[in-house]
Design a protein around this ligand. Structure first.
Ligand code: DOR
Length: 429
């Protein structure tokens, strides 16, 4: 099977590639860039991608696939379909499943179940057994089975002593500890702690609950020489702490979720549980600091924290509803609308944050756009105006606060593992 992407803008910051050309893909391999002759077009399916951008396949390093355990909310298959529809060729999935990803069998189960999909799935294993924070998981065995990082996501690693052990083990394999930064004794709330939470009568979670764990983890990363990756950073102080730590050469990286740089706690006035997530939406000051952190490279990656929940559970009274929202199918649109079109980030910076840095952090090779390489590509139309429609999501869940939002910019196709997703369908190529 041959396909030609015609007159597409090829962009890859790592390769210093920026050219408009024809791309021939045969049996999943990039066969030719430019110089296509009549023979190349023969029997090929031709896609006219003029004014579209062809970039290395995007990687979302923070998604919840819910399998095993909550297949009513999402499965590996529906989560992968949502990732492809949203413009991603790879995801890293978090270990707060039921049972949690704390044994080699479960890592292998996820790898096996996802193996035939267009989207590559990289499991993040629990750092501690059952994510309880009491004793570390069999990290080296989990790594051998295919885990790429360790995290107790959903909660922070409970104690400094356990984190120290986890960092010492993870250092042996150069894998990061992905930290959910929240000191649990300060975090018994349903939204950001502020004047607004007082007015709304909702229990608050102060910024310092996040900052204190970021500080602890920076100190232990420095002490052990291990790598810490801060998940879904949300507060201004946390951004400042990461910035200073990086300057001191500590091995620390960070990601931000699109809801944290597009929404503020003001949305909580609606009492819509689709604005309830963990960490909570913060203030305008925090949003500005997150955008600044993205611009100056303090924040390395953008990741969705795609967190599917059932309608029944999300429709509970605010304080009882679960935390989290969907992200895979809206985040490219949000990033282009809020960051690229508003001139906060360039397209090259978006590629760094969505394709290059997540893989660097997880020690996964970055796909190249080069003759002879396997095609692992995302095709973007940065100017496509579209309206989010949750009823069309490939995800099983519907808990998005962005329904009906008008966005500019979208992925129109992804290619990986000899498969292509285009116009809502998968094709073998
Ligand atoms: O909002 C969140 N939802 N934050 C988390 O850390 C966990 C996630 C989930 O699993 O639903």
């Amino acid at each position: 099977m041959k396909i030609v992407l015609k007159q597409v803008n090829l962009l890859h910051p790592g390769q210093k590639l920026n050219e408009k050309n024809d791309l021939l893909i045969e049996e999943g391999i990039i066969k030719k860039i430019g110089g296509l002759d009549e023979e190349d077009f023969k029997l090929a399916k031709v896609y006219d991608f003029e004014n579209k951008y062809c970039v290395p396949g995007f990687f979302d390093m923070h998604v919840h696939l819910r399998e095993p355990g909550r297949e009513d909310e999402e499965t590996i298959e529906t989560g992968c379909n949502a990732a492809a529809a949203g413009g991603f060729t790879a995801v890293a999935c978090m270990p707060n499943t039921n049972p949690p990803i704390d044994s080699a069998e479960i890592v292998r189960f996820i790898k096996e179940k996802s193996s035939k999909h267009l989207v590559d799935v990289y499991p993040v294993a629990a750092a501690t057994l059952a994510r309880k924070g009491e004793s570390i998981a069999p990290m080296l065995e989990l790594y051998d089975a295919g885990a790429v990082a360790f995290s107790d996501d959903g909660s922070a690693i409970k104690t400094a002593g356990i984190l120290r052990n986890a960092l010492e083990y993870s250092r042996m394999i150069n894998a990061p500890i992905i930290e959910h930064c929240e000191e649990e004794t300060l975090a018994d709330g349903a939204m950001n702690e502020s004047f607004t939470s007082t007015i709304l009568g909702l229990p608050g979670i102060p910024n310092v609950a996040e900052d204190i764990i970021v500080m602890r983890d920076i100190m232990l990363a420095e002490f052990t020489g291990g790598k810490v990756h801060i998940a879904h950073i949300s507060s201004k102080n946390a951004v400042d702490l990461v910035r200073q730590a990086k300057k001191r050469g500590i091995r620390i990286t960070a990601e931000v979720a699109p809801h944290h740089f597009t929404l503020t706690e003001e949305m909580l006035k609606t009492f819509d549980t689709n604005y309830k997530m963990n960490p909570p939406l913060r203030t305008r000051v925090d949003v500005e600091a997150l955008i600044e952190g993205l611009k100056d490279g303090t924040i390395d990656c953008i990741a969705s924290d795609h967190a599917p929940h059932s309608i029944e559970e999300k429709e509970m009274e605010f304080i009882f509803a679960p935390n989290g929202i969907l992200g895979l199918e809206t985040q490219i649109g949000l990033v282009f609308s809020e960051l690229v079109h508003k001139k906060h980030l360039t397209l090259n910076q978006v590629i760094e944050k969505f394709a290059v840095n997540p893989r660097k952090i997880l020690n996964i090779p970055v796909p190249l756009i080069k003759e002879g390489e396997a095609a692992n590509l995302t095709i973007i139309d940065p100017d496509l105006i579209w309206t989010v429609d949750i009823s069309k999501f490939k995800s099983k869940a519907r808990n998005s606060p962005f329904d009906k939002r008008l966005l500019a910019g979208r992925s129109i196709s992804v290619i990986n593992n000899r498969k292509m997703f285009f116009e809502e369908k998968f094709f073998a190529i």
